[in-house]
Design a protein. Structure first.
Length: 211
């Protein structure tokens, strides 16, 4: 049977990954996750300093053609090798990650609903809607602690590209969502979503079914 494809979008630091992990844990062994962030374009011809200045929050920063092709393969039951993006060098690495086909496929990323080819492949579209102040604090902590960046560089990037691109592309894409969840840790919304996923799996992955 065709897998149930779920898109999870929202601004940077909104709680997308928290929601994704909660679904993965609730449906252990049944979920494949494809991260839009892994599909940043290669920029081998640029120096590190030049790559550092690129706008990574714009739709054109992503290799959406590759992601769409691999998503189609995964939906059809094939194993895919997703690229890996190395944030320490601002470029795609030589490694790949195998992703096995599963009954549930989650596609996660800030701009997936802004891309028609990706959006149209999602049976359920979820937007995690979180206050901007919360999101920037989460991003600051992640980039400084996990990605070893300076506070100044995170701040400069947020003001130069993250905030304007959110307002231009991410926030408007919310209108395509079937479900809007306030905050990624909203347990009431999560329980309702898990119930809906169970119901749709029982109905044979029919995205038009009444649940």
């Amino acid at each position: 049977m065709k897998p149930l494809v779920m898109g999870i979008a929202g601004g940077t630091g909104s709680g997308k990954t928290t929601l994704t992990q909660a679904i993965v844990e609730s449906f252990e062994g049944q979920v494949a996750v494809v991260y839009h962030d892994n599909y940043y374009k290669r920029n081998d011809g640029l120096t590190y300093e030049e790559r550092e200045l690129l706008n990574y929050d714009a739709p054109e920063a992503f290799d959406n053609e590759l992601m769409t092709a691999q998503l189609d393969e995964l939906i059809s039951g094939q194993v895919i090798e997703t690229p890996v993006y190395d944030y320490t060098v601002h470029n795609r690495s030589e490694e790949t990650i195998p992703v096995q086909p599963r009954p549930i496929i989650i596609v996660e990323g800030i701009l997936i609903f802004a891309e028609p080819e990706i959006r149209e492949r999602c049976d359920i579209k979820i937007f995690v809607d979180t206050d901007a102040d919360v999101r920037i604090l989460r991003r600051m902590r992640r980039d400084v602690v996990e990605r070893k960046r300076t506070i100044e560089s995170v701040q400069n990037q947020y003001l130069a590209t993250v905030k304007p691109m959110h307002e231009l592309h991410v926030e408007p894409s919310k209108r395509f969502a079937d479900i809007i969840i306030p905050e990624g840790k909203n347990m009431v919304a999560l329980d309702m979503l898990i119930h809906r996923i169970h119901r749709q799996l029982e109905l044979g992955q029919n995205p038009t079914a009444t649940v």
